[in-house]
Structures are given as structure tokens and as C-alpha cells.
Design a protein around this ligand. Structure first.
Ligand SMILES: C[S@@+](CC[C@H](N)C(=O)[O-])C[C@H]1O[C@@H](n2cnc3c(N)ncnc32)[C@H](O)[C@@H]1O
Length: 345
């Protein structure tokens, strides 16, 4: 049955195919944990992705009703999604900008005051008011591909708004500027959002990203170090997510060595590290005692236009091996570490 979608549900972007496939796999294995939430008129308030995933998994969805006011419905959607999904700061700015366009009875239609001001929306989403204003420019004037790139965090909301202003808000010119910018963009192998979602699900929050990009951080972490900070020379602690820099000239060896040292001293309590799956290297040997997930197929990194030309592995350092394996099983083949008696043979 086709469901009407509440405009409130549309303030958050739909999941991409990898995330949706994972959700469908999880629903197939474990059933639908959270029911789909409907407004009294039957419109979907929360759970558009769960509905699509149920259809793929051929699982009958369950529904509950949310009968609160429009303002309460907005608050509910923001609360539930902010805990659930990893969104870059720029993607959150777009959500905040959409949030600030709602009035009683739907999207702003002229004279009616908004249910939430831009300042309220900025606070709710943890972004600056300036980012919300930039988000509004993007929503109002950007072609779909540019909105999509901001949503995915591939271009900062501020840069997108500047590009739009430079093109005099002419959509055709904006699209052309964007295409040129993209063609000259570099690839840094940013971690795909569906992988970060799993990391956040396991950790709750990431305490440190020691190898973060310049500018707006791609990974949401409490602390992050960029090249200018030199993450390798800092002390690491808490729950760490590491996707270290490496290329054909440089190996991730020093980063792996640092991670194992910090974990062994106990300063790092848990970590997940994304690496090329080169099993015949000295640095991979150092990770031998830890659980890992060999990612099925080829990953599409966050800033790349095509799939990575290499296989990748996610290594987990921590005590919750079973939870890691249960969660990351959706991505590929997972292996827990062997108990000491058998590994000693
Ligand atoms: C593979 S990217 C990962 C970016 C992001 N953390 C992620 O997971 O998508 C590695 C990043 O490390 C940064 N980097 C390079 N040398 C660094 C250093 N010494 N300290 C901290 N970051 C560094 C690079 O600029 C690059 O953005």
C-alpha cells in the first residue's frame, strides 16, 4: 500500500542504496524493531526508510500513531533522527533550514510565522545560524545534484551558498560552476556515511578522529586532529575512529602502530580502523589479534565518483567483539579474535 508522506518527514534526506540495503538485511534478520510512525491522517511521520526496507525485505511493517501538535511532531522527528543517523554538519544545516520553514499546517506559505525560528533550528541541529541561512540559499536556489552533494557532505554548505551567490542564483550557471568544481576536486577517501552510521551505532559517539580532513570535519567526533595539528604526535583517548592517510607512496604503518600502542596502554578504550585490505604487510600483522570485517565488494568512498580500486577491512580493537561482529556482519565477513588457547598452537 502506498503511504502519503508528511512534509515534516521530508526534512531529513532519504537513505542511499547501501544504507537502505543494510537496513533491509537487518530487518530480514531481526524483524522491524521500531514501528513506522503515522500522523492521525495516515501520513508517514517517521520511518519512510523503514517502510522501503520492509518492502525490500518482504516483512510486514508495524505502525503506531503520533497524535501531538505539528510543533511536537517536528521535535519528535528531529529528536529521533539526531540519535539515529550520522549526518555531516552541512547536511544538518540543510535539515535546520527546512525545519525553519514550517508553519502551522505545513511549509511556510507567506504571512504565517515559522514554528521554529532559524536560531531555534540551528540550536536543535547543533549548527551555526549562518549555516542555516546558507542552507536556506541552497534549498531555494541549488540544482538537485548540488543539494545532493551538500547532503552527502561532499561540499560544505557555505561553499555551496557562495557558489550560488557567485552565479547570481541562476540555476543553470550554478550547475555549470558545480560541475567544474567537481571535475577539479581531489579524492581523499572519506569514509562512506553508511560505515560511519555503524561505527556510531556501536560507539554511541566517536571521541576522536585523529586523521581528519581540513575544513569542515567529515566525521563527527568530539575531538579531531587535522594534518595541521599532526594527529600522529598527539595523545589519543576514548573511542577512536581512524581512517588514516595513505597512498601509493605512504603506508598507514605509523598510524596502525600508534593505534595499537594507545590501545595497549588503555588510553584508547575502543577503536575502529578502516584500512586497505593488504594482509601481507607488517602493519596488518600488528593487528592480527583484533576482530575484523572484510568489506564485501568495493566501497564507494564519500568523496569519490566511482568505487575504490582496492578492497578494505575494518579492524575493531575492544572488548565488545560480539557486538562489533553482529553489527558489521551486514557489510562483509567478520572474524572475532581467537581465544588464547587456540591462537597459541
Ligand atoms: C583518508 S582521509 C580520512 C578523512 C576522515 N577522517 C574520514 O574518515 O573520512 C585521511 C585524512 O587525514 C589527514 N591527514 C594527513 N596527515 C595527517 C596528520 N599528520 N594528522 C592528522 N590528519 C592528517 C588528511 O588531510 C586526510 O583528510
Amino acid at each position: 500500500m502506498e503511504h502519503v508522506v508528511s512534509p515534516i518527514a521530508e526534512i531529513y534526506p532519504l537513505m542511499g542504496t547501501p544504507e537502505l540495503t543494510e537496513l533491509a538485511d537487518s530487518i530480514r534478520r531481526n524483524g522491524l524493531r521500531e514501528p513506522v510512525v503515522l500522523r492521525p491522517d495516515g501520513a508517514v511521520l517517521d520511518g519512510r526508510n523503514r517502510l522501503r526496507a520492509c518492502a525490500i525485505a518482504e516483512v510486514e511493517p508495524r505502525f503506531v500513531e503520533f497524535a501531538g501538535t505539528d510543533r511536537e511532531a517536528l521535535e519528535f522527528v528531529v529528536d529521533t533522527n539526531s540519535h539515529r543517523r550520522h549526518l555531516s554538519e552541512s547536511a544538518r544545516a540543510l535539515v535546520a533550514a527546512r525545519l525553519a520553514t514550517f508553519t502551522h499546517g505545513g511549509r511556510r506559505d507567506g504571512g504565517n510565522p515559522a514554528l521554529l525560528t532559524q536560531r531555534d533550528a540551528a540550536e536543535r541541529l547543533g549548527v551555526s545560524e549562518r549555516s542555516v541561512r546558507d542552507g536556506k540559499v541552497v534549498i531555494d536556489h541549488a540544482p538537485a545534484e548540488l543539494v545532493d552533494d551538500v547532503q552527502r557532505g561532499l561540499i560544505a554548505v557555505r561553499a555551496a551558498a557562495e557558489l550560488i551567490r557567485a552565479a547570481g542564483k541562476d540555476k543553470i550557471l550554478v550547475a555549470e560552476y558545480h560541475r567544474l568544481r567537481r571535475a577539479s576536486g581531489s579524492t581523499e577517501w572519506y569514509t562512506p556515511p553508511h560505515v560511519l552510521n555503524l561505527v556510531t551505532e556501536l560507539f554511541g559517539a566517536i571521541d576522536l578522529d585523529p586523521a581528519s580532513n581540513e575544513g569542515e570535519p567529515w566525521v563527527t567526533a568530539r575531538t579531531y586532529y587535522t594534518k595541521a595539528d599532526d594527529g600522529l604526535s598527539r595523545e589519543w583517548s576514548g573511542r577512536v575512529f581512524l581512517n588514516p592517510p595513505w597512498d601509493s607512496q605512504g603506508s598507514p604503518g605509523p598510524w596502525v602502530a600508534k593505534l595499537v600502542d594507545e590501545y595497549t596502554t588503555g588510553r584508547v578504550s575502543e577503536a575502529i580502523c578502516l584500512l586497505p585490505a593488504r594482509v601481507n604487510t607488517a602493519w596488518m600483522d600488528r593487528l592480527a589479534p583484533y576482530a575484523r570485517c572484510f568489506v564485501r565488494g568495493r566501497l564507494r568512498f564519500g568523496d569519490a565518483t566511482g568505487d575504490a580500486p582496492f578492497a578494505v577491512v575494518l579492524v575493531y580493537l575492544g572488548d565488545r567483539v560480539q557486538e562489533f561482529v553482529d553489527l558489521f556482519d551486514a557489510l562483509g565477513s567478520c572474524y572475532g579474535h581467537l581465544p588464547p588457547s587456540s591462537s597459541a598452537q
